[in-house]
Ligand binder design. Structure first.
Ligand SMILES: NC(=O)c1ccc[n+]([C@@H]2O[C@H](COP(=O)([O-])OP(=O)(O)OC[C@H]3O[C@@H](n4cnc5c(N)ncnc54)[C@H](OP(=O)(O)O)[C@@H]3O)[C@@H](O)[C@H]2O)c1
Length: 239
C-alpha cells in the first residue's frame, strides 16, 4: 500500500510504540487518528506532528467510546485504510495474587479493545474492497507472550495468546474481502510498558524505531503479498 493520503487509526497512540508509529505514518503522508485515554499526551503529539495527526480521547475497552470514535472518523474521512491495534498493558505477578480487577483490565484492553476496534472498521474496509478491489490492513500487536507461557505473566499470556487466535481466524475470514491481517510478536521494547507491568525491562531491549521500520515495511507490501505473523526479538537481551 502506498501510505500517502491513507487514513490510519492507531490505538494506544499517546506513548511508546503507538506514538512512534504515529510519527512514522505522518512522515509517510498518512492522516493518522491516534486513540488513547490521556488527552494531554495526545495534544502534545499533535503539537509535535502537526495537522496530519488527530488525537481522539478513547478508552478502547468502552464499547460506546469506541463506537463514537470510529463513527466520528468515518464521518470525517469516509474510509479507514489501516487499523493498528496497539493499545495494551501487562500487570505481572504470581497467579494467586492476580486480582479480578487486574484480570479484567488486561482482558478488556488487550482483547475486548481489539475486538471492538476491529468490528468497527470491518464494514468500511469491506465497502472499500467493493469499490477498489482492496479493503485495508489490520495490524495486531501481540507479544512473544502470545507464543510462550512464562511464570508471573499468566493473565498477560492469556490475552496475547488470545490475540494470536483472533488474528489467525480473522486473516482467514477476511482475506477474500481484500483485507490484510498481520500479527506482530515482539520481545522486550524500550517503552513505559514495564513501569506499569511490575517487572524490570531486559537490559538490552529493542527500540520503537526498530519496530516502526518493520511496521512500515509490512504496510507497504504489494496488495497481493500478505505477511501474517512476525516474531521480533533483541539478539542479546542481556546486553
Ligand atoms: N514494551 C514491550 O516490551 C512490549 C513487548 C511486546 C508487546 N508489547 C505490546 O505493545 C503494545 C504497546 O505497548 P508499549 O510498549 O508502547 O507500552 P506503553 O508505552 O505503556 O503504551 C501503552 C499505550 O496503550 C494505551 N492504552 C492503555 N490502556 C488503554 C485503553 N484502555 N484505551 C486506550 N489506550 C490505552 C496507553 O495510552 P493511555 O494510557 O493514554 O490510554 C499507551 O498509549 C501493547 O499492546 C503491549 O502489550 C510491548
Amino acid at each position: 500500500m502506498n501510505l500517502e493520503g491513507k487514513v490510519v487509526v492507531i490505538t494506544g497512540a499517546s506513548a511508546g510504540l503507538g506514538a512512534h508509529f504515529s510519527q512514522l505514518l505522518v512522515e509517510k503522508g498518512s492522516k493518522v487518528y491516534g486513540l488513547a485515554r490521556r488527552k494531554a499526551k495526545l495534544d502534545e503529539l499533535r503539537s509535535e506532528l502537526g495537522p496530519l495527526f488527530t488525537g481522539v480521547e478513547c478508552d478502547v475497552a468502552d464499547e460506546s467510546a469506541v463506537g463514537n470514535a470510529f463513527k466520528g472518523i468515518l464521518e470525517s474521512e469516509g474510509r479507514i485504510d489501516v487499523l493498528v491495534n496497539n493499545a495494551g498493558l501487562g500487570i505481572f505477578g504470581p497467579a494467586e495474587d492476580v486480582t479480578l480487577d487486574e484480570w479484567d483490565l488486561q482482558v478488556n484492553v488487550n482483547l475486548k479493545g481489539v475486538f471492538l476496534c476491529t468490528r468497527a472498521v470491518l464494514p468500511a474496509m469491506k465497502a472499500q474492497n467493493e469499490e477498489s478491489g482492496f479493503g485495508g490492513h489490520i495490524i495486531n500487536i501481540s507479544s512473544v507472550a502470545g507464543l510462550l507461557g512464562n511464570p508471573n505473566i499468566s493473565t498477560y499470556n492469556v490475552t496475547k495468546f488470545g490475540l494470536k487466535g483472533y488474528s489467525e481466524a480473522l486473516f482467514k475470514e477476511v482475506r477474500e474481502d481484500g483485507i490484510k491481517v498481520s500479527c506482530f510478536f515482539p520481545g522486550s521494547i524500550q517503552t513505559d510498558f514495564f513501569k506499569s507491568a511490575g517487572l524490570p525491562m531486559s537490559a538490552n531491549p529493542m527500540t520503537s524505531e526498530q519496530l516502526g521500520s518493520t511496521l512500515i515495511h509490512v504496510l507497504e507490501t504489494p496488495d497481493n503479498y500478505l505477511i501474517t505473523e512476525i516474531v521480533m526479538r533483541p539478539l542479546r537481551p542481556k546486553g
